[in-house]
Design a protein around this ligand. Sequence first.
Ligand SMILES: Cc1cc2nc3c(=O)[nH]c(=O)nc-3n(C[C@H](O)[C@H](O)[C@H](O)COP(=O)(O)O)c2cc1C
Length: 384
Amino acid sequence: MSKRLSRCYSIADLRCAAKRRLPRAVFDYMDGAAEDEVTLHRNQADFSRYELIPRCFTDVKDVDLHVTVLGSRVDVPVVLAPTAVSRLFHHTGEAAAASAAQKAGMIYSLSSMSTLSIEEVAEASDGPKMFQICVWRDRELLKQFIDRTRAAGYSALCLTVVPTPGQRERELRSGFTVPPEIRLANVIDTLKCPNWLWHFLTRPRLSLANVRGHAGAAQDLFSVIEYAASQFDPSVTWEDAAWMIREWGGPFAIKGILSAADARRAVEIGATAVIISNHGGRQLDHTPSPLSLLPEIAAAVGDKAEVILDGGVRRGTDVIKALSLGARAVMIGRAYLYGLGAGGEAGVDRALQLLTEEIKRDLMLMGCRSVQDLDGSCVRRVPT
Ligand SMILES: Cc1cc2nc3c(=O)[nH]c(=O)nc-3n(C[C@H](O)[C@H](O)[C@H](O)COP(=O)(O)O)c2cc1C
Protein backbone atom coordinates (compact mmCIF):
# COMPACT_ATOMS: atom_id res chain seq x y z
CA MET A 1 0.00 0.00 0.00
CA SER A 2 1.29 3.46 -0.84
CA LYS A 3 2.37 5.78 1.95
CA ARG A 4 -0.35 8.17 0.88
CA LEU A 5 -3.05 5.58 1.53
CA SER A 6 -1.47 4.17 4.68
CA ARG A 7 -1.52 7.70 6.09
CA CYS A 8 -5.29 7.76 5.73
CA TYR A 9 -6.45 6.68 9.18
CA SER A 10 -10.20 7.03 8.70
CA ILE A 11 -12.84 7.16 5.99
CA ALA A 12 -12.83 10.96 6.48
CA ASP A 13 -9.11 10.98 5.54
CA LEU A 14 -9.89 8.96 2.39
CA ARG A 15 -12.58 11.49 1.54
CA CYS A 16 -9.98 14.29 1.67
CA ALA A 17 -7.59 12.22 -0.47
CA ALA A 18 -10.33 11.60 -3.06
CA LYS A 19 -11.20 15.28 -3.09
CA ARG A 20 -7.59 16.12 -3.92
CA ARG A 21 -7.33 13.57 -6.74
CA LEU A 22 -10.64 14.10 -8.54
CA PRO A 23 -11.92 17.02 -10.62
CA ARG A 24 -14.40 19.00 -8.56
CA ALA A 25 -17.46 18.07 -10.65
CA VAL A 26 -16.64 14.36 -10.31
CA PHE A 27 -16.06 14.64 -6.56
CA ASP A 28 -19.32 16.55 -6.17
CA TYR A 29 -21.18 13.83 -8.08
CA MET A 30 -19.82 11.29 -5.58
CA ASP A 31 -20.13 13.34 -2.42
CA GLY A 32 -23.23 15.44 -3.04
CA ALA A 33 -26.90 14.77 -2.39
CA ALA A 34 -30.36 16.07 -3.25
CA GLU A 35 -31.33 19.73 -2.95
CA ASP A 36 -30.27 21.20 0.44
CA GLU A 37 -28.52 17.96 1.49
CA VAL A 38 -30.44 17.91 4.78
CA THR A 39 -30.88 14.14 4.62
CA LEU A 40 -27.24 13.57 3.68
CA HIS A 41 -26.11 15.28 6.89
CA ARG A 42 -28.84 13.72 9.03
CA ASN A 43 -27.86 10.20 7.90
CA GLN A 44 -24.45 10.64 9.51
CA ALA A 45 -25.38 12.94 12.38
CA ASP A 46 -28.03 10.57 13.77
CA PHE A 47 -25.35 8.04 14.70
CA SER A 48 -24.24 10.57 17.36
CA ARG A 49 -27.68 10.39 18.95
CA TYR A 50 -26.79 6.98 20.35
CA GLU A 51 -24.17 6.06 22.94
CA LEU A 52 -22.48 2.70 23.36
CA ILE A 53 -22.67 0.78 26.64
CA PRO A 54 -19.75 -1.65 26.93
CA ARG A 55 -19.68 -4.77 29.11
CA CYS A 56 -16.88 -5.52 31.56
CA PHE A 57 -14.60 -8.55 31.83
CA THR A 58 -15.61 -10.75 28.95
CA ASP A 59 -12.99 -12.80 27.18
CA VAL A 60 -12.62 -11.07 23.82
CA LYS A 61 -9.38 -12.75 22.74
CA ASP A 62 -11.07 -13.99 19.57
CA VAL A 63 -13.85 -11.95 18.07
CA ASP A 64 -16.09 -13.12 15.28
CA LEU A 65 -17.59 -10.69 12.76
CA HIS A 66 -19.22 -13.18 10.42
CA VAL A 67 -22.92 -13.10 9.51
CA THR A 68 -25.13 -14.75 6.93
CA VAL A 69 -26.77 -12.16 4.75
CA LEU A 70 -28.83 -12.69 1.61
CA GLY A 71 -27.89 -16.35 1.58
CA SER A 72 -24.11 -15.78 1.79
CA ARG A 73 -21.91 -16.32 4.82
CA VAL A 74 -19.62 -13.27 4.92
CA ASP A 75 -16.65 -12.39 7.14
CA VAL A 76 -17.83 -8.85 7.94
CA PRO A 77 -21.42 -7.51 8.20
CA VAL A 78 -20.83 -4.88 5.51
CA VAL A 79 -22.27 -4.85 1.99
CA LEU A 80 -20.84 -2.55 -0.69
CA ALA A 81 -23.79 -0.54 -2.07
CA PRO A 82 -24.61 -0.26 -5.78
CA THR A 83 -23.12 2.94 -7.17
CA ALA A 84 -23.53 4.16 -10.75
CA VAL A 85 -20.67 4.91 -13.17
CA SER A 86 -17.82 3.94 -10.82
CA ARG A 87 -15.17 4.15 -13.57
CA LEU A 88 -15.61 7.90 -13.34
CA PHE A 89 -13.82 7.80 -9.97
CA HIS A 90 -11.03 5.47 -11.09
CA HIS A 91 -10.50 3.73 -14.40
CA THR A 92 -10.71 0.30 -12.72
CA GLY A 93 -14.21 1.12 -11.39
CA GLU A 94 -16.56 -1.65 -10.40
CA ALA A 95 -13.97 -4.41 -10.98
CA ALA A 96 -11.69 -2.87 -8.34
CA ALA A 97 -14.51 -2.50 -5.83
CA ALA A 98 -15.80 -6.05 -6.42
CA SER A 99 -12.31 -7.52 -6.09
CA ALA A 100 -11.61 -5.55 -2.88
CA ALA A 101 -14.96 -6.71 -1.43
CA GLN A 102 -14.07 -10.33 -2.15
CA LYS A 103 -10.69 -9.98 -0.38
CA ALA A 104 -12.38 -8.32 2.61
CA GLY A 105 -15.08 -11.03 2.83
CA MET A 106 -17.96 -8.70 2.01
CA ILE A 107 -20.79 -8.72 -0.55
CA TYR A 108 -20.45 -6.38 -3.55
CA SER A 109 -23.55 -4.88 -5.18
CA LEU A 110 -23.36 -3.90 -8.83
CA SER A 111 -25.52 -1.03 -10.03
CA SER A 112 -27.51 -1.52 -13.23
CA MET A 113 -25.99 1.86 -14.22
CA SER A 114 -22.47 0.46 -14.00
CA THR A 115 -19.58 1.18 -16.33
CA LEU A 116 -18.55 -2.49 -16.40
CA SER A 117 -21.08 -5.17 -17.28
CA ILE A 118 -22.61 -7.88 -15.12
CA GLU A 119 -20.29 -10.39 -16.81
CA GLU A 120 -17.11 -8.25 -16.59
CA VAL A 121 -17.60 -7.80 -12.85
CA ALA A 122 -18.25 -11.54 -12.43
CA GLU A 123 -14.85 -12.11 -14.03
CA ALA A 124 -13.19 -9.71 -11.58
CA SER A 125 -14.60 -11.40 -8.48
CA ASP A 126 -16.10 -14.74 -7.62
CA GLY A 127 -17.07 -13.52 -4.15
CA PRO A 128 -20.77 -13.07 -3.30
CA LYS A 129 -22.36 -10.42 -5.51
CA MET A 130 -25.76 -8.79 -5.76
CA PHE A 131 -27.10 -7.08 -8.85
CA GLN A 132 -29.20 -3.95 -8.36
CA ILE A 133 -32.01 -3.23 -10.69
CA CYS A 134 -34.74 -0.63 -11.06
CA VAL A 135 -38.06 -1.47 -12.69
CA TRP A 136 -37.33 -0.30 -16.22
CA ARG A 137 -40.02 0.59 -18.72
CA ASP A 138 -38.55 -1.97 -21.08
CA ARG A 139 -39.61 -5.19 -19.30
CA GLU A 140 -37.91 -7.36 -21.92
CA LEU A 141 -34.60 -5.70 -20.97
CA LEU A 142 -35.42 -6.30 -17.30
CA LYS A 143 -35.94 -10.01 -17.97
CA GLN A 144 -32.64 -10.12 -19.83
CA PHE A 145 -30.92 -8.50 -16.82
CA ILE A 146 -32.33 -11.16 -14.52
CA ASP A 147 -31.22 -14.00 -16.84
CA ARG A 148 -27.74 -12.50 -17.22
CA THR A 149 -27.43 -12.03 -13.44
CA ARG A 150 -28.33 -15.67 -12.87
CA ALA A 151 -26.03 -16.92 -15.63
CA ALA A 152 -23.10 -14.90 -14.25
CA GLY A 153 -23.51 -16.52 -10.81
CA TYR A 154 -24.66 -13.55 -8.74
CA SER A 155 -26.04 -14.63 -5.39
CA ALA A 156 -28.78 -12.02 -4.90
CA LEU A 157 -30.90 -9.40 -6.63
CA CYS A 158 -31.75 -5.97 -5.24
CA LEU A 159 -34.61 -3.77 -6.39
CA THR A 160 -34.13 -0.04 -5.84
CA VAL A 161 -37.21 2.06 -5.23
CA VAL A 162 -36.68 5.30 -7.16
CA PRO A 163 -39.63 6.38 -9.34
CA THR A 164 -37.71 9.36 -10.74
CA PRO A 165 -34.14 10.63 -10.26
CA GLY A 166 -33.55 13.25 -7.54
CA GLN A 167 -32.07 16.69 -8.21
CA ARG A 168 -28.51 17.12 -6.95
CA GLU A 169 -27.81 20.80 -7.21
CA ARG A 170 -24.19 20.62 -6.04
CA GLU A 171 -23.36 18.57 -9.14
CA LEU A 172 -25.26 20.90 -11.42
CA ARG A 173 -23.43 23.92 -9.99
CA SER A 174 -20.07 22.32 -10.58
CA GLY A 175 -20.95 21.36 -14.15
CA PHE A 176 -21.85 17.66 -13.89
CA THR A 177 -24.78 18.00 -16.26
CA VAL A 178 -26.26 16.01 -19.15
CA PRO A 179 -24.98 16.98 -21.66
CA PRO A 180 -21.73 18.07 -19.95
CA GLU A 181 -21.26 21.79 -19.71
CA ILE A 182 -17.73 22.81 -20.69
CA ARG A 183 -16.78 25.83 -18.59
CA LEU A 184 -13.36 27.43 -18.26
CA ALA A 185 -13.38 26.75 -14.51
CA ASN A 186 -14.01 23.02 -15.12
CA VAL A 187 -11.27 22.80 -17.71
CA ILE A 188 -8.73 24.41 -15.36
CA ASP A 189 -9.91 22.26 -12.50
CA THR A 190 -9.61 19.05 -14.56
CA LEU A 191 -6.11 20.01 -15.72
CA LYS A 192 -5.15 20.08 -12.04
CA CYS A 193 -5.86 16.33 -11.90
CA PRO A 194 -3.46 15.03 -14.59
CA ASN A 195 -3.50 11.43 -13.43
CA TRP A 196 -7.30 11.22 -13.56
CA LEU A 197 -7.36 13.08 -16.89
CA TRP A 198 -4.73 10.78 -18.45
CA HIS A 199 -6.76 7.68 -17.63
CA PHE A 200 -10.01 9.35 -18.63
CA LEU A 201 -8.61 10.13 -22.08
CA THR A 202 -6.61 6.96 -22.72
CA ARG A 203 -8.82 4.18 -21.26
CA PRO A 204 -11.94 2.79 -23.00
CA ARG A 205 -14.68 5.42 -23.02
CA LEU A 206 -17.16 5.38 -20.19
CA SER A 207 -20.53 3.91 -21.07
CA LEU A 208 -23.35 2.21 -19.20
CA ALA A 209 -22.05 -1.27 -19.85
CA ASN A 210 -25.25 -3.20 -19.13
CA VAL A 211 -27.24 -1.33 -21.75
CA ARG A 212 -24.58 -1.25 -24.46
CA GLY A 213 -26.39 -1.76 -27.73
CA HIS A 214 -29.78 -0.85 -26.25
CA ALA A 215 -29.46 2.90 -26.65
CA GLY A 216 -29.56 3.01 -30.42
CA ALA A 217 -26.71 5.02 -31.86
CA ALA A 218 -26.13 6.92 -28.61
CA GLN A 219 -23.15 5.25 -27.03
CA ASP A 220 -21.37 8.04 -25.19
CA LEU A 221 -21.86 8.11 -21.43
CA PHE A 222 -24.05 11.17 -21.30
CA SER A 223 -26.47 10.05 -24.05
CA VAL A 224 -26.76 6.66 -22.39
CA ILE A 225 -27.32 8.29 -18.98
CA GLU A 226 -30.14 10.26 -20.61
CA TYR A 227 -31.52 7.04 -22.08
CA ALA A 228 -31.26 5.30 -18.70
CA ALA A 229 -33.03 8.20 -16.93
CA SER A 230 -35.85 7.87 -19.47
CA GLN A 231 -36.12 4.20 -18.48
CA PHE A 232 -37.18 4.95 -14.88
CA ASP A 233 -40.76 3.79 -14.68
CA PRO A 234 -42.80 6.00 -12.30
CA SER A 235 -45.80 3.68 -12.52
CA VAL A 236 -44.12 0.81 -10.66
CA THR A 237 -46.25 -0.91 -7.99
CA TRP A 238 -45.87 -3.70 -5.42
CA GLU A 239 -47.20 -6.11 -8.06
CA ASP A 240 -44.15 -5.35 -10.23
CA ALA A 241 -41.85 -5.99 -7.26
CA ALA A 242 -43.64 -9.27 -6.54
CA TRP A 243 -43.27 -10.25 -10.21
CA MET A 244 -39.51 -9.65 -9.99
CA ILE A 245 -39.21 -11.74 -6.83
CA ARG A 246 -40.95 -14.63 -8.59
CA GLU A 247 -38.93 -14.16 -11.78
CA TRP A 248 -35.62 -14.24 -9.83
CA GLY A 249 -36.47 -17.00 -7.34
CA GLY A 250 -33.44 -16.41 -5.05
CA PRO A 251 -32.35 -14.04 -2.26
CA PHE A 252 -34.02 -10.69 -2.99
CA ALA A 253 -33.61 -7.29 -1.29
CA ILE A 254 -35.77 -4.18 -1.61
CA LYS A 255 -33.71 -1.00 -1.21
CA GLY A 256 -35.41 2.24 -0.28
CA ILE A 257 -37.80 1.15 2.50
CA LEU A 258 -38.50 4.02 4.92
CA SER A 259 -41.54 2.91 6.90
CA ALA A 260 -42.66 -0.06 8.98
CA ALA A 261 -45.75 -0.45 6.78
CA ASP A 262 -43.66 -0.77 3.60
CA ALA A 263 -41.25 -3.14 5.36
CA ARG A 264 -44.20 -5.40 6.29
CA ARG A 265 -45.44 -5.26 2.69
CA ALA A 266 -41.98 -6.20 1.40
CA VAL A 267 -41.98 -9.23 3.69
CA GLU A 268 -45.50 -10.21 2.55
CA ILE A 269 -44.44 -10.30 -1.10
CA GLY A 270 -41.47 -12.49 -0.24
CA ALA A 271 -38.41 -10.19 0.04
CA THR A 272 -35.46 -11.81 1.81
CA ALA A 273 -34.11 -8.47 3.01
CA VAL A 274 -35.40 -4.99 3.61
CA ILE A 275 -32.79 -2.28 3.00
CA ILE A 276 -33.67 0.82 5.02
CA SER A 277 -32.36 3.50 2.73
CA ASN A 278 -32.86 6.99 1.38
CA HIS A 279 -30.07 6.23 -1.13
CA GLY A 280 -27.55 8.34 0.75
CA GLY A 281 -29.84 11.39 0.63
CA ARG A 282 -29.43 11.52 -3.15
CA GLN A 283 -33.12 11.28 -4.09
CA LEU A 284 -35.80 12.82 -1.83
CA ASP A 285 -34.38 15.37 0.61
CA HIS A 286 -35.90 15.63 4.12
CA THR A 287 -36.52 11.91 4.51
CA PRO A 288 -35.62 10.47 7.95
CA SER A 289 -32.24 8.88 8.48
CA PRO A 290 -32.20 5.08 8.18
CA LEU A 291 -30.82 4.82 11.72
CA SER A 292 -33.75 6.73 13.22
CA LEU A 293 -36.16 4.26 11.57
CA LEU A 294 -34.22 1.12 12.35
CA PRO A 295 -35.74 0.15 15.75
CA GLU A 296 -39.30 0.52 14.42
CA ILE A 297 -38.65 -1.33 11.16
CA ALA A 298 -36.65 -4.11 12.83
CA ALA A 299 -39.57 -4.66 15.24
CA ALA A 300 -42.07 -4.72 12.36
CA VAL A 301 -40.05 -7.25 10.36
CA GLY A 302 -39.04 -9.50 13.28
CA ASP A 303 -37.34 -12.65 12.08
CA LYS A 304 -39.35 -12.81 8.85
CA ALA A 305 -36.65 -11.00 6.84
CA GLU A 306 -33.19 -9.52 7.21
CA VAL A 307 -32.85 -5.80 7.86
CA ILE A 308 -29.93 -3.96 6.26
CA LEU A 309 -29.18 -0.34 7.18
CA ASP A 310 -27.90 1.85 4.35
CA GLY A 311 -26.72 5.44 4.69
CA GLY A 312 -24.23 7.50 6.65
CA VAL A 313 -21.95 4.66 7.76
CA ARG A 314 -18.38 5.92 8.08
CA ARG A 315 -17.13 4.27 11.30
CA GLY A 316 -16.95 0.91 13.01
CA THR A 317 -19.02 2.38 15.84
CA ASP A 318 -21.77 3.17 13.30
CA VAL A 319 -21.86 -0.52 12.39
CA ILE A 320 -21.94 -1.55 16.08
CA LYS A 321 -24.88 0.80 16.71
CA ALA A 322 -26.81 -0.42 13.64
CA LEU A 323 -26.35 -4.07 14.57
CA SER A 324 -27.31 -3.37 18.20
CA LEU A 325 -30.56 -1.78 16.99
CA GLY A 326 -31.53 -4.79 14.89
CA ALA A 327 -29.72 -4.65 11.54
CA ARG A 328 -28.23 -7.85 10.17
CA ALA A 329 -25.65 -5.86 8.20
CA VAL A 330 -24.96 -2.35 6.92
CA MET A 331 -24.44 -1.04 3.41
CA ILE A 332 -21.76 1.48 2.54
CA GLY A 333 -21.66 3.71 -0.53
CA ARG A 334 -19.44 6.77 -0.27
CA ALA A 335 -17.19 5.12 2.34
CA TYR A 336 -15.73 2.80 -0.32
CA LEU A 337 -16.06 5.27 -3.20
CA TYR A 338 -13.77 7.70 -1.36
CA GLY A 339 -11.21 4.88 -1.33
CA LEU A 340 -11.77 4.21 -5.03
CA GLY A 341 -11.25 7.89 -5.88
CA ALA A 342 -8.23 8.13 -3.60
CA GLY A 343 -6.37 5.14 -5.03
CA GLY A 344 -8.34 2.60 -7.09
CA GLU A 345 -8.45 -0.94 -5.74
CA ALA A 346 -5.76 -0.23 -3.11
CA GLY A 347 -7.90 2.67 -1.90
CA VAL A 348 -11.00 0.46 -1.59
CA ASP A 349 -8.84 -2.13 0.20
CA ARG A 350 -7.79 0.59 2.62
CA ALA A 351 -11.39 1.73 3.23
CA LEU A 352 -12.57 -1.84 3.90
CA GLN A 353 -9.52 -2.58 6.06
CA LEU A 354 -10.11 0.53 8.17
CA LEU A 355 -13.77 -0.33 8.68
CA THR A 356 -13.06 -3.99 9.48
CA GLU A 357 -10.35 -3.08 11.99
CA GLU A 358 -12.61 -0.50 13.61
CA ILE A 359 -15.53 -2.95 13.89
CA LYS A 360 -13.24 -5.58 15.39
CA ARG A 361 -11.62 -3.20 17.87
CA ASP A 362 -14.95 -1.63 18.82
CA LEU A 363 -16.50 -5.04 19.37
CA MET A 364 -13.65 -5.96 21.74
CA LEU A 365 -14.01 -2.64 23.55
CA MET A 366 -17.74 -3.35 23.84
CA GLY A 367 -16.88 -6.61 25.59
CA CYS A 368 -18.59 -8.68 22.87
CA ARG A 369 -17.12 -11.83 21.38
CA SER A 370 -19.27 -11.80 18.30
CA VAL A 371 -21.55 -9.47 16.39
CA GLN A 372 -24.37 -11.83 17.44
CA ASP A 373 -23.86 -10.57 21.04
CA LEU A 374 -24.93 -7.04 20.08
CA ASP A 375 -28.46 -6.11 21.13
CA GLY A 376 -30.53 -3.21 22.41
CA SER A 377 -28.71 -3.26 25.76
CA CYS A 378 -25.49 -2.14 24.01
CA VAL A 379 -26.87 1.28 23.03
CA ARG A 380 -28.95 4.05 24.51
CA ARG A 381 -30.25 7.40 23.25
CA VAL A 382 -28.11 10.32 24.34
CA PRO A 383 -30.04 11.88 27.25
CA THR A 384 -31.48 15.25 26.26
C1 LIG B 1 -22.00 8.12 -6.65
C2 LIG B 1 -23.17 7.30 -6.18
C3 LIG B 1 -23.92 6.60 -7.09
C4 LIG B 1 -25.01 5.82 -6.67
N1 LIG B 1 -25.69 5.06 -7.58
C5 LIG B 1 -26.68 4.23 -7.14
C6 LIG B 1 -27.32 3.33 -8.04
O1 LIG B 1 -27.00 3.25 -9.22
N2 LIG B 1 -28.32 2.56 -7.55
C7 LIG B 1 -28.71 2.59 -6.22
O2 LIG B 1 -29.60 1.84 -5.81
N3 LIG B 1 -28.11 3.44 -5.36
C8 LIG B 1 -27.10 4.24 -5.78
N4 LIG B 1 -26.45 5.05 -4.89
C9 LIG B 1 -26.85 5.03 -3.47
C10 LIG B 1 -26.05 3.95 -2.72
O3 LIG B 1 -26.42 2.67 -3.16
C11 LIG B 1 -26.29 4.01 -1.22
O4 LIG B 1 -27.67 3.94 -0.98
C12 LIG B 1 -25.76 5.28 -0.57
O5 LIG B 1 -24.49 5.60 -1.08
C13 LIG B 1 -25.67 5.06 0.94
O6 LIG B 1 -25.24 6.20 1.62
P1 LIG B 1 -23.71 6.46 2.03
O7 LIG B 1 -23.03 6.91 0.78
O8 LIG B 1 -23.82 7.48 3.08
O9 LIG B 1 -23.16 5.14 2.52
C14 LIG B 1 -25.36 5.81 -5.30
C15 LIG B 1 -24.59 6.53 -4.38
C16 LIG B 1 -23.51 7.27 -4.80
C17 LIG B 1 -22.69 8.02 -3.79
